[in-house]
Design a protein around this ligand. Structure first.
Ligand code: FDA
Length: 390
């Protein structure tokens, strides 16, 4: 069988590429259904892009690499596509756009676009071995049912994503093929992932959430934090997990919007007879105040606390230092940080500089977005850029 382009991976980037590549396109995926991560994303409503998406929202060894694709296929282009398909959407917070109804609308939209462009989709089909010849590539397709067959393709697009959530069929396939063809792969690690702590340290607080400013390795995010049985989660923690490294502390400002020292001094004057913990429970979750009461020695009335004592307490609450033992790993990570080294790729076309006809798109590339619709925008932009070039 001969095709112009074999796209491996019918996820966000692969489907987008299939909708834009010219010629005979075969899109294969080993999963039973296409776009499964789209379907489960954003709590089933898919945070499909971000109004503020720009290169500054991405991590990569080369922060300039993503600029070309992001500026040529923007969030506005994707919003126009969503609207052309009559999909209703809304902004939830911080520029994050979600479907009003269901993430499956995005999957259906991309399948329609790919099929209108003439791409053929084969599911439950793994790819075993890719060889390069003078005019292109020969790949062995292994369907779950039926016979294995060889396919010749002028171009091969690696769109198999990263390693996050192996339970959903994520593999290191793209990295293996990249290495086979001499493309370097950076260190990779789970990102946008909850932190774990020894001895289920926060189990008693599980389910408690509050807005915080979380800082790790110089990066700060003002978002919600959630205590879990295993440790800390919520958008603020997922965001800084992409910056944190083993052995480092994270810093949590438990009251980023209110200067506690000023507040407590004021309250001491007007309500000196009030219990310190009762007062703090007016600005922080009561369970958290209870949890912190013993280690911080939160006893007595407001009037009992001198300025220096109040300052001490507030300094700790505005800068709570914590040492995670690790993260939940690829099992629950939303993305893989790192990937195929951008030095080996053209930022305009996503084609390997030294392997003509080999393209890499989406999460497999060393471009990782923040939480908030940025990773899908990268999948759309890089998939489109490769599709345009093919
Ligand atoms: P993706 O993972 O989408 O697709 C890869 C495809 O390749 C899959 O269909 C897989 O089956 C297939 N494949 C893998 N190995 C293969 C092999 N060896 N052979 C054949 N096929 C193979 N991002 C965002 O912007 N907004 C959001 O709301 C969310 N929410 C979210 C929730 C959860 C739970 C997760 C895990 C992730 C998110 N993300 C997200 C991240 C986002 O899903 C992710 O960055 C993109 O799906 C990446 O798109 P790709 O097409 O690169 O990979």
């Amino acid at each position: 069988m001969d095709v112009d382009t074999l796209i491996i991976g019918a996820g966000a980037a692969g489907l987008m590429c299939a909708a834009h590549a010219d010629g005979r396109v075969l899109l294969v995926d080993h999963a039973k259904k296409p776009g499964e991560k789209i379907r489960i994303s954003g709590g089933g409503r898919c945070n499909f892009t971000n109004l503020h998406a720009g290169p500054e929202n991405f991590l990569s060894a080369n922060p300039h690499f993503c600029k070309s694709a992001l500026s040529r296929y923007t969030q506005w282009d994707f919003i126009a596509l969503v609207e052309a398909h009559g999909i209703a959407w809304h902004e939830k917070t911080l520029g994050q756009l979600f479907c009003d109804d269901s993430a499956t609308q995005i999957v259906s939209m991309l399948l329609r676009e790919a099929s209108d462009a003439g791409a053929e989709l084969r599911l439950e089909t793994a790819v075993e071995g890719i060889e390069r010849g003078p005019d292109g590539f020969t790949a062995t397709l292994v369907p779950a049912k039926g016979h294995r067959r060889r396919v010749f393709a002028r171009n091969v697009v690696l769109a198999t994503g990263g390693k996050s959530i192996p339970g959903m069929g994520a593999t290191g396939f793209a990295y293996d093929v990249a290495r086979q063809f001499g493309l370097p792969v950076t260190d990779i690690r789970p990102a946008l992932v909850p932190f774990t702590f020894p001895e289920k340290r926060f189990a008693a607080l599980s389910g408690t959430a509050l807005p915080v400013r979380a800082t790790a390795n110089g990066a700060s995010f003002d978002e919600a934090m959630l205590f879990t049985h295993r440790g800390l989660s919520g958008p603020a923690m997922l965001q800084i997990s992409s910056f944190w490294r083993e052995g480092q502390q994270i810093e949590v400002d438990l009251s980023p919007g209110l200067r506690l020292y000023d507040h407590l001094r004021e309250r001491r004057q007007s309500h000196g007879g009030r219990n310190l913990t009762t007062e703090l429970a007016g600005v922080l979750p009561a369970k958290l105040v209870q949890y912190l009461a013993a280690p911080l020695g939160l006893t007595g009335n407001l009037a009992d606390q001198g300025d220096a004592r109040l300052q001490d307490i507030c300094t700790t609450l505005h800068g709570w230092h914590l040492s995670p033992s690790g993260t939940e790993g690829y099992r629950t990570a939303e993305v893989t940080l790192g990937g195929i080294d951008t030095q080996a790729l053209s930022s305009r076309t996503m084609e390997a500089k030294h392997v003509p006809g080999l393209y890499v798109i989406g999460e497999a590339v060393d471009v990782t977005g923040w939480l908030g619709g940025y990773n899908f925008q990268w999948a759309w932009s890089s998939g489109w850029a490769a599709g345009q070039a093919i």
